[in-house]
Design a protein around this ligand. Structure first.
Ligand SMILES: [Zn+2]
Length: 147
């Protein structure tokens, strides 16, 4: 069984970084002074555990994640942190299936949508630097494989 998830783990970056964790209808915010993979892994464990309880799931196989390049998350560090954390919990044996997303932006001047390779936000059509990021900030749970 594959459970589609709407839960998002989103964040903004800056001097003070934080996580916003959307959990089904309710929303909880986790303050995180240092954004790192262990705190994200912990948020994922918390979210998936809550989903297991609310949906009556007995075991989890894969946890599908979508991670944008702008999050600066190291997928392997996240995977290691998660798999270490779930030992001896109801999530034991579950693994992360990580989909990495490139950075995309849309030009506010000419409307072109483009991939921002190497984080260069210059429109390849009109060379404007006035762009809006449309992809790359994702940090979300997309699905669960569960029983
Ligand atoms: Zn343009």
């Amino acid at each position: 069984m594959v459970v589609s998830m709407l839960n998002q783990v989103t964040f903004e970056w800056g001097i003070k970084q934080f996580l916003i964790l959307h959990v089904t209808s309710s929303m909880r915010r986790l303050d995180c002074h240092v954004m790192h993979e262990l705190s994200i892994a912990s948020s994922i464990v918390e979210t998936v555990t809550a989903e297991m309880l609310s949906r009556g799931l007995t075991s989890i196989g894969k946890v599908g994640l979508r991670i944008g390049a702008l999050t600066n998350v190291d997928p392997e560090a996240l995977r290691f942190g998660y798999e270490t954390m779930v030992v001896d919990t109801p999530l034991a044996g579950s693994t992360l299936e990580i989909e990495s997303l490139l950075v995309k932006a849309v030009c506010r001047k000419c409307g072109l949508s483009f991939e921002a390779y190497d984080f260069i936000f210059i429109c390849p059509n009109c060379e404007s630097g006035d762009n809006e990021v449309t992809q790359g900030q994702e940090l979300e749970i997309s699905y669960l494989e569960a029983e």
